[in-house]
Design a protein around this ligand. Structure first.
Ligand code: FO1
Length: 315
């Protein structure tokens, strides 16, 4: 069995490679829910949905999130009513949030609802939220931005979508994490897996919340030799999103060496891209083994090759 810690788009792409080389029923994905929010009264879990849509082959490759063959009638009507339309929910995507909201209101847990949605979408990978309890990523801005003054704390999607993550951040915290429990199955998966992979997801706001759930960091550290992280930073930059900026703003180095410094406590191996091959010894000086591979997943075939490298690295 293979356990994969997952954020959104980068993790979803990696998982499409994993399922080409490992039977999906042998894979457990532990997904970040720090991005979750309630909007229009609906419970939205963007990273879970990105992973499910991608593994189901429904995803929009242009954005990485949402469904490819989407219509936007509800958003257009909402706009006419003067409702909130800054966070775009397509008509097909809305069905997912309606279903999740209803089931949670009936008393189902997030891991139960997630399993139901994955099953209905024909996804064979076991997809687990990191926790059934609410954990919400919140960021304190370091500068004024669009009516929000420096020093204000905002919710993740306000920063990410509302402010297009084009604003400097002073600090990040995961509200609710200290009191949260890992979802049933999470610690078992991390303890039993032959290999635990930390996807090339944003180390601060995608992997950070998962590690903040009590017991998760310790579970990884206890199996450090079987834990392989894939760097989301290539040649000093993030392939998608604000990982490079966030690392620098929070005092880390935006490079594979900076990622190695963060991961060395709980991962025995860091997979770095060929473009960073010259930094292999600098990475290893941080106390983590470095494996050089093609990590830019330009196609499912490349993602499958990367998955093979990652599995071999731990074995
Ligand atoms: N990202 C955007 O940049 N703009 C959006 O309007 C947007 C809507 C959205 C709706 C559903 C969903 O599951 C994801 C959505 N995302 C959107 C992506 C979301 O912000 C993700 O949390 C980030 O991509 C980080 O993983």
């Amino acid at each position: 069995m293979l356990a994969v810690l997952a954020g959104g788009v980068g993790a979803a792409r990696f998982l499409t490679g994993v399922v080409r080389v490992v039977d999906p029923s042998e894979v457990v994905a532990v997904v970040n829910t720090g991005d979750d929010m309630t909007l229009h009264g609906l419970r939205i879990s963007p990273d879970i949905d990105t992973v499910v849509y991608t593994l189901a082959g429904l995803h929009n490759p242009a954005t990485g999130w949402g469904i490819a063959t989407e219509s936007w009638t509800a958003m257009a009507e909402l706009e006419r009513l003067g409702g909130e339309t800054w966070f775009r929910l397509g008509d097909r995507d809305l069905a997912t949030h309606l279903y999740r909201t209803q089931r949670l209101a009936e008393g189902a847990t997030l891991h139960e609802v997630t399993a139901e949605i994955a099953r209905a979408r024909g996804v064979g990978v076991h997809i687990l939220p990191m926790s059934d309890d609410p954990v919400r990523t919140r960021l304190v801005l370091a500068e004024d931005a669009e009516g929000v003054v420096a020093g204000t704390e905002v919710a993740f999607q306000h920063y990410f979508v509302g402010l297009r993550h084009a604003v400097a951040v002073r600090s990040v915290r995961f509200d609710g994490a200290p009191a949260a429990s890992p979802a049933p199955g999470v610690l078992d998966a991390l303890g039993d897996a032959e290999v635990v992979v930390v996807s090339p997801s944003n180390p601060v706001v995608s992997i950070g919340p998962i590690l903040a759930v009590p017991g998760v960091r310790k579970a990884l550290a206890a199996r450090r030799e079987q834990v392989v992280a894939v760097s989301p930073i290539v040649a000093g930059a993030a392939l998608k999103g604000p990982a490079d900026r966030l690392l620098a703003e929070l005092g880390h180095e935006s490079s594979v060496v900076g990622v190695a410094r963060l991961a060395a406590e709980w991962a025995g191996t860091l997979v770095i891209d060929e473009q960073d091959a010259h930094l292999k010894s600098a990475v290893e000086a941080e106390g983590i083994r470095a494996v050089v591979a093609q990590t830019v997943m330009s196609s499912p075939q490349v993602a499958a090759l990367l998955a093979t490298v990652v599995l071999d690295a731990a074995r």
